[in-house]
Design a protein around this ligand. Sequence first.
Ligand code: FRU
Length: 719
Amino acid sequence: MQPIRNRRHGGWLAGLAAVFLFGGLTAGAALPDLLIADFESPSYGSWEVRGRAFGPGPAAGTLPNQMRVSGFKGRRLVNSYHGGDDTEGELLSPPFRIERPWINLLVGGGGWPGETCVDLLVDGAVVRTATGPNTKPGGSEALEWRSWDVREWIGRLARIRIVDHRRGGWGHINVDHIVQSTRRLEAVERTRTFEVTARYLLLPVRNGAPKRRMQIRLDGAVVREFDIEYAVEQPDFEVFADLTAFRGRKLTVVCRLPGGPEALEGLKLADELPVSWGLYREPLRPQYHFTSRRGWHNDPNGLVHYAGEFHLYYQHNPYGIQWGNMHWGHAVSPDLVHWKELPVALYPPRYGDWVFSGSAVVDWQNTSGFGRGGRPPLIAAWTSTGRGECIAWSLDRGRTFTEYEGNPVYRHRGRDPKIVWDRHRGRWVMAVYDEDKGSRDVLFLTSPDLKHWTPRGRAKGYYECPNFFEMPVEGEPGQSRWVLYGADGPYAVGAFDGEQFHPEHAGKHRLWHGNFYAAQNYSDAPEGRHIQIGWGRGITFPGMPFNQQMTLPVDLTLRRTPEGLRLTARPVKELESLHREALERERIGLPFDPETFAGLALDAHRIRLTLVAGQAEKAGLRVRGVEVVWEPGKGRLVCDGLEVPVPGWAVKDGSLALDLWLDRGSIEVFVGDGAVAISKGVHFAPDQRGLEGVAEGTGARVEELRIIRLASIWFPENG
Ligand code: FRU
C-alpha cells in the first residue's frame, strides 16, 4: 500500500486514472452520452405532469422554506417541494430507446422507496428505482449521482417516472440531469490504508459538495466516523484530524465516493499544519475574537479556570464550516485574550452520539473520587445525544478526559447541563434544559458527588443552555442574588433555596442583543469575578475555512438601578493589553465628514466616545459605512439596523457612553458603561475603512473620542 505523501496527482496516479477511465470498456466507450432530460427549461415539455408537487415546471433551485438545494446541474431541476412536503404528484417521460449500458441521474430529497422515487419503466414495469438519502430531520438537500445498469434492456423502449406520494418530513424528491452513458457515476466505497507516520491527517473539503460519511478504522474497528463535504476535485480548503493516539498504527479510511479509485488520493499526512494555509492571516480572520483554526463552532462549553489557565471548550465541527459532527474543541488562555487551540477534548464515541453542550468544574474536595494524590479532578459534563447527561474527568489540566463508567448520570428529554457549587448547602447543582413535561424548563438537580443526581425544582420558560450563578450586588456588601438565563439571553434575578429558583420580579430582563447565544460564566474565575463568554451566533466569514466567533469576554456585575437589579457587562480589563496607538479628540460637532479622520484605516479598533445629542433626533457614527446611532427620543440605539432599547439610567447628564469594538466580521457595542451589550455580525466593504459622524437635528456632538488600534491576538509582530 502506498504511504500517504504530500504529492500532486501525476506520474503513476495519472496513469491509474487513465486506466480507470479508458481501460476495460467495450467498443461503446467511444460513444457519447445521450441526454434524456436536463430540466433546464421552465416547463416540463413533453413529460406528463400529475398533481401539484412538481409545480409548473423545473424549479430554479431551492424553493421557499426549503434547505439549500445543491448538486444539481445548470440552473434548474425537478423539485417536488412545490407547496411544501405535503403535496403529491408524478412526472412521466416520453418513451425513449435504451442505447447505453448505464443511465446516470442526479437524485436527492426523501428516501422513501415507492413514495419519493425515480423509476425506470420497461413495458410498464418498474425495473430500476432510486430515492433520495433522507428520512430523518436534518440531512441534506444535495443531489447525488445514481447509476442504473441497464445492459439487459439495450434496444428496448423505456420511460422514466418521478414519484412524490409522501407527506410530512422529507416528503419530496429532487431529480436532475438524466443521461445514458457508457460510464457509471454513482459513488462506490473506496478505502485507503496507511501507517500513521505523522501527527495530522489532512482532508480536502469542497463547500456544498455532498456530505459523505467517512470512517477511520483501526484493525477493523471504527475509531472515528463523521460527515464531510469531501472534495473529490478542487478543494476549497483542507481540514485536519489529529492522529496522535494512533501513531505507528495502520489506519484505513473508508468512504463512498464518486470518481475512480484515486478519489482518496487527496488525503495527506503532515507533522505540522501547512504553512501554506496562512493560518490566522486569512483576510477575514477576526483579530481578537476567538475563532477555531478550521471548521465550525457554536456554544462555549466547560468554561473553567484552573491552574492559571482559562479553558474554552466549544461545540465544534472539525471537518466542515457547517454545524454537525459535534465534538468539544478546546483552547486555553492565560489572560482571556490570547488563545491557544489544543487538540479536541471530547470525541463522539460513535457516529450520531454527539458531544453536545455542557460545563466544567474543578472538584476541589474530590467529592467524585476521581482525584489522585491530592490533585482535584476537572469534571466535564455534557449531553450525549445517544445516552443523556454524562460526565468525564481529567487529571492532566483538561487536556484529556476519561468517561465515568456509570454514564449517563441522568436521562431525560433535554440537554446542556450547567453545574455549579452551592456553597450554602455544600453540594452540586445542575441546571439543565428539560422538556420532559412538554414545556421548556430549566430543571434543577442536586448531587453530593457529581455522579448521583436528584431532580428538584424547575423554572419555566427558558430555552437551551441555561446559565445559573450566584453573584454579589455591586457596592452592597453581604448582598447576593442568583441569576438564571437561557441561551438567547433573557434572565431573571432572585433567590435559590437549594432546590428551587425564586425570581424577585415578574418577566425577564435582557442585557445582550444581536448575534449572541448560549453564553456561560467561568467556574472558579479568579478574584470572585463573573466572567462570561457567548457564541456570536450567525457571525459568518464568507470564503473562509472557519465559521462563527465567540463574543468578547466580559465581567458581569449586578448593579442596583432605578428599575431594580440589572446585569451589566464590561469587556475584561485584560483586553487593554491589546491597546496600541490612540487618536484622541474632544468636542467634535456632529455630523462630520470622513475627511475629519482622513487616513484612518479602521480594521481591529476600539472606539470609545461620549455622545451628546442636544436637540438632535439621531446622533452617532458611521463606522466603515455601518451606522451606530443613538435616538434619544425613542430611547434606543440602532446598530447596523438592529434596534436596541437604552434604559434611562444608562444616560448620564444627557450623554451616552459608547464603547465600540470593531473586528473583521463584527461590531460589539457596550452602551452606558455596560448597561446594554450588542454583538452584531457585519460584512464590511474592504475599501470602506473610514469614520463619519452622523446627526439629524442640531446640537449633537461627540464630547470625547478615543480611537484605539488593537493588536492581533494571533501574531505579536502585528502589534
Ligand atoms: C445551542 C445548542 C445546544 C446543544 C448544542 C448542539 O446552540 O443547540 O442546545 O447542546 O447547541 O451543538
